[in-house]
Ligand binder design. Structure first.
Ligand code: DC
Length: 230
């Protein structure tokens, strides 16, 4: 690994598959603590979008790694604590990167070890004063193994697909629910079975089954644990 870990500030990692609620939970925790936020999936999604823009094939590891190294992406946060706007080369791509097509492409580029390595320092650079909450697949296992609190969110496939369906609908993306169930399961399989940094809970992670919990209940459980070291 080429980068050094910055251990000066506290970190909470929130990992899990798509539709487990990790995005919204991560935002709420970041807002409550007034900490920085890293949506690592957005980086993979933006890279997938850049690949599409520059006609880079999703199995061209050298070209994708170069694109990851040079990725001109910015996360613009505002003081209201609303999720950041995501800018690729001066274009606001916040909503278009949320499509399932880009999610699938992100999962494919994320399966390439050299791409993951290229995005490592960029992710660790988010660790700044006063602390960081991160959302992803390998936040607790690979990117921030020294995190103060590691959370792994779980939900059953149908509930996840339904949540995802509603999230997409809310931003004007209409999909077929059955197609979504199979796309998500294909994406999970790829994310969980890849050799490098697969989706899995860290050994000491707090695993929360979110099927029958509200977002606020999940947030409360995490905050209760966080208060033990804050
Ligand atoms: O969390 P998300 O749905 O935005 O992530 C999209 C894809 O990006 C996910 O299917 C796999 C990849 N990803 C990854 O490989 N590692 C991460 N830490 C985050 C996302």
């Amino acid at each position: 690994m080429k980068s050094k870990k910055n251990q000066n500030y506290p970190v909470i990692t929130i990992d899990g598959a798509s539709g487990t609620g990790k995005g919204v939970v991560t935002h709420r925790i970041a807002k409550e603590l007034n900490w920085n936020l890293l949506d690592s999936g957005a980086l993979y999604r933006v890279l997938a979008l850049a690949a599409e823009k520059y006609h880079i094939s999703l199995d061209n590891a050298p070209a994708l790694t170069k694109a990851a190294d040079q990725l001109d992406v910015q996360f613009i946060t505002n003081e209201l604590g609303i999720p950041p706007r995501i800018i690729l080369e001066r274009e606001d791509v916040t909503d278009i990167i949320r499509s399932e097509q880009i999610g699938n492409a992100a999962s494919k580029v994320g399966a390439l070890p050299a791409v993951r390595e290229a995005l490592l320092d960029r992710q660790r650079a988010f660790l700044q004063y006063p602390g960081l909450v991160t959302d992803g697949r390998d936040m607790g296992t690979v990117i921030f193994p020294e995190a103060n609190l590691k959370v792994f969110l779980i939900a059953s496939p149908n509930i996840r697909a339904e949540r995802r369906y509603n999230q997409l609908k809310a931003i004007g993306i209409h999909v077929n629910l059955d197609a979504l169930v199979s796309e998500l399961s294909e994406r999970d399989k790829r994310d969980s079975e890849r050799l490098h940094a697969p989706l899995k809970p860290a050994a000491n992670a707090l695993c929360i089954d979110t099927d029958f919990l509200t977002i606020q209940e999940v947030v409360n459980q995490i905050m209760t644990e966080a208060k033990k070291f804050l």
